[in-house]
Design a binder for this molecule. Structure first.
Ligand code: ZN
Length: 549
C-alpha cells in the first residue's frame, strides 16, 4: 500500500522533549508516525505563522467509568442545559453521535470535546477493578483519544489482608494480577485505608499510622506496599496517590508525611492542590502550598499534577467516599455513594466554585501557587482533576492565568481575599509561563511521567498526534480553538471543526506475577466475591500493552 504522508510546513514547533523551542521547521508524518523527512512532493499542510505542539496528554481525569455514569445520572438538569448535537464529520466517516455536555459529558461528546481542545491521550484516574469492564466499554465509545485506566487498590480487602499478614510478595503479585485482569495502566491509591475505615463505621483515618478498621494495617503500610509494587514491577507510571485527609485544614502535614514515607522511591502525588492546606481542623484553612512545593522541588523522585480549581460548575467524583459524605453534609447538594464490594467506595456530589466564596478562592490561589513556585515543569503538570476542580474545557483559561500575569492579577482582585493572607499569590508572583513550559505541563511532561515513549513529542517514531494553534494575543482563545488537530497522522480537526473521529487506542500494562498467588486468591473469591474467579478478569481486552519502564 502507498504510505500515507503529510508534511506540516513552516510552523513554530514547540517540542520540549527534543529540545525544540519555537524553531520554524517542518514536521513530517508517514503512516501515523513522525518521521525525520519525506520525499519532495508529499502532501503538505501550511502551518506558517502557527504554533505546533504534540497532542495534549491528560494524566488525571474522570471521564470513562461507572462513577462517571452515576454522576451523569445525578445531573439531568445539566444535560438539558448543554445539548451536544452530532458534529458534521466528513462524508467517509462513521455516523457522528449526538450527546450531552455539562461537567460530565456523554462518552462520544467527551471524545469530540477533548479532540476539539487538541488533546489526544487521556487516562481515567479511578476505576474499581470490579467495574473495569464498564470503563473499557466507555473508552470504546470515547473517540479521538488514546486512553487507559488507573486501578484502585488502596482500600482493597485482599490486599489489606496480605499486608496484615506480612505477605509483601503476594501483595505485589496481586497488584500485578489486578492490573492484568482489569487491563489497567497504573496503580491508584485513594485515601489509603480511609474508605475501608469509613465503611466499617469509623469516620475516616486521620494519620499515616492509624489502624485501618481495627486491623494491624496502617495507611503508611498501604503506601509503602503499593509504591514498592509499582517500582518492583517496573510499571511505566509509578504509584498514583491521592493522599489521606483531602480537603481538611492542616492536611499539608499528611501530604509531606506521605512523601517522606516514600522518600527515594518514585511516586506521583495527584491533585496536589487539594492536599496543601495549613491551619487546624475546625479553625479554618490557610495556604501551605509553598512548603509542599518546596519539598517537591527538591525531591526528583516526586511528581505531581496540580488539580487546579477553576471558578464555575464542577462535579466531585472520587473513590474517597468519606470526603463526599462530608461535602454533601456541608454543601447540602445531591449526593450518591456507591459501595464497590470489598474493593473501594465511590462518592459523588455536584459543586460550584464561586469567586465570592473564601474557601474556593483559597483553593484557586493554592493551585496557582503550586504552578508558579514549581521549579521543574516536567514534574508538576497540569490538571483540574476533571471534573472535580472544573471541566477540562477550562484548561485554556488556566493556561492563560499561567501565561499572562495581567489577566491573573485582575482575576485576583475579584476573588474573596478572606483566607489569602500569607499566600504567595496574594504577595505577588511575577512568573509567566512560556509556550514551551505550557507544552511541557500539558503534553511532554505527562507523557514522560506516564512512561509513554511515543507520546508528548514530535521526534521520529512518535505517534503523529499533533495540535496546531493560531498565534493569538488572547491565550485562552488560542488554546480553546486549535486550527488543526492530527491524530495518528490523520487531520481530525480542520479549520477549527471536528471532521473525523477515529477510535482511540487502549493503553494498558501486563506485568508478570508468580502463579503461586492463584490458589489462595481463588479461595478468597470463592468465599467472599459476588463474581466468580474465572469470570473476574476482563476478556478480549483491546489495544496494546506498554512495556515495563
Ligand atoms: Zn481524581
Amino acid at each position: 500500500m502507498k504510505p500515507v504522508r503529510l508534511r506540516l510546513v513552516g510552523g513554530a514547533v514547540h517540542d520540549p522533549a527534543n529540545g525544540v523551542d519555537g524553531e520554524i521547521r517542518d514536521v513530517c508524518i508517514e503512516d501515523g508516525r513522525i518521521v525525520a523527512s519525506l520525499p519532495d512532493g508529499a502532501p503538505t499542510l501550511d502551518a506558517r505563522g502557527m504554533v505546533v505542539m504534540p497532542g495534549g496528554v491528560d494524566i488525571h481525569s474522570h471521564f470513562a467509568s461507572s462513577s462517571c455514569n452515576h454522576a451523569r445520572r445525578l445531573i439531568p438538569d445539566e444535560h438539558a442545559a448543554d445539548p451536544a448535537p452530532a458534529p458534521a464529520l466528513a462524508e467517509d466517516e462513521l455516523p457522528a453521535r449526538s450527546g450531552t455536555g455539562g461537567t460530565v459529558p456523554s462518552t462520544f461528546t467527551t471524545g469530540y470535546r477533548y479532540a476539539g481542545l487538541g488533546y489526544t491521550t487521556a487516562f481515567d484516574a479511578a476505576v474499581a477493578p470490579l467495574t473495569a469492564r464498564h470503563s473499557h466499554s466507555e473508552l470504546d465509545d470515547t473517540p479521538c483519544v488514546d486512553g487507559g485506566i488507573y486501578v484502585l487498590m488502596g482500600n482493597d480487602e485482599y490486599l489489606l489482608r496480605q499486608i496484615e499478614a506480612g505477605e509483601q510478595d503476594r501483595a505485589r503479585d496481586y497488584a500485578a494480577w489486578l492490573l492484568r485482569s482489569t487491563g489497567g495502566y497504573a496503580i491508584k491509591i485513594v485515601n489509603p485505608g480511609g474508605v475501608e475505615a469509613w465503611k466499617s463505621g469509623q469516620r475516616n483515618v486521620t494519620g499515616l499510622d492509624d489502624a485501618i478498621g481495627g486491623r494491624k494495617v496502617t495507611p503508611r503500610a498501604v503506601l509503602e506496599t503499593l509504591a514498592g509494587a509499582a517500582n518492583a514491577l517496573q510499571l511505566p507510571h509509578p504509584v498514583h496517590i491521592h493522599c489521606n485527609n483531602l480537603g481538611i485544614p492542616g492536611n499539608a502535614g499528611t501530604t509531606l508525611g506521605s512523601m517522606q514515607a516514600l522518600s527515594g522511591r518514585r511516586a506521583h502525588f495527584t491533585h496536589l492542590q487539594f492536599h496543601c492546606y495549613g491551619g487546624q481542623p475546625g479553625q479554618g484553612w490557610t495556604s501551605a502550598a509553598a512548603q509542599v512545593i518546596e519539598y517537591v522541588n527538591s525531591h526528583a523522585e516526586v511528581s505531581t499534577d496540580v488539580g487546579q480549581v477553576m471558578f464555575g460548575p464542577a462535579m466531585t467524583i472520587t473513590a474517597d467516599a468519606p470526603v463526599e459524605y462530608l461535602l454533601h453534609k456541608s454543601s447540602g447538594r445531591r449526593w450518591t455513594n456507591i459501595d464497590i464490594e470489598l474493593e473501594t467506595g465511590c462518592g459523588i456530589v455536584p459543586l460550584a466554585y464561586k469567586d465570592k466564596a473564601a474557601v474556593a478562592s483559597l483553593q484557586w490561589a493554592i493551585g496557582l501557587e503550586l504552578f508558579l513556585l514549581s521549579a521543574d515543569p516536567w514534574r508538576v503538570v497540569l490538571s483540574t482533576d476533571h471534573p472535580n476542580g472544573g471541566s477540562f474545557l477550562s484548561y485554556p483559561a488556566l493556561i492563560q492565568l499561567l501565561m499572562d500575569r495581567a489577566v491573573r492579577d485582575e482575576r485576583l482582585m475579584q476573588v474573596n481575599p478572606k483566607l489569602l493572607a500569607g499566600s504567595a499569590l496574594a504577595d505577588g508572583l511575577a512568573r509567566e509561563y512560556t509556550l514551551n513550559e505550557i507544552a511541557i505541563i500539558t503534553r511532554a511532561g505527562p507523557a514522560r511521567l506516564l512512561g509513554l515513549g511515543r507520546k508528548g513529542h514530535l521526534g521520529p517514531g512518535a505517534d503523529a498526534d499533533v495540535t496546531i494553534y493560531n498565534r493569538e494575543a488572547d491565550i485562552a482563545k488560542m488554546f480553546s480553538t486549535p486550527r488543526y488537530v492530527i491524530k495518528d497522522g490523520r487531520v481530525i480537526v480542520e479549520e477549527g471543526q471536528l471532521r473525523r473521529a477515529p477510535a482511540g487506542r487502549r493503553l494498558r500494562v501486563a506485568p508478570e506475577y508468580d502463579d503461586a498467588l492463584l490458589p489462595d486468591l481463588r479461595r478468597h473469591f470463592d468465599a467472599y466475591s459476588s463474581v466468580s474467579f474465572a469470570n473476574y478478569p476482563v476478556q478480549d481486552l483491546p489495544g496494546e500493552t506498554v512495556p515495563a519502564g
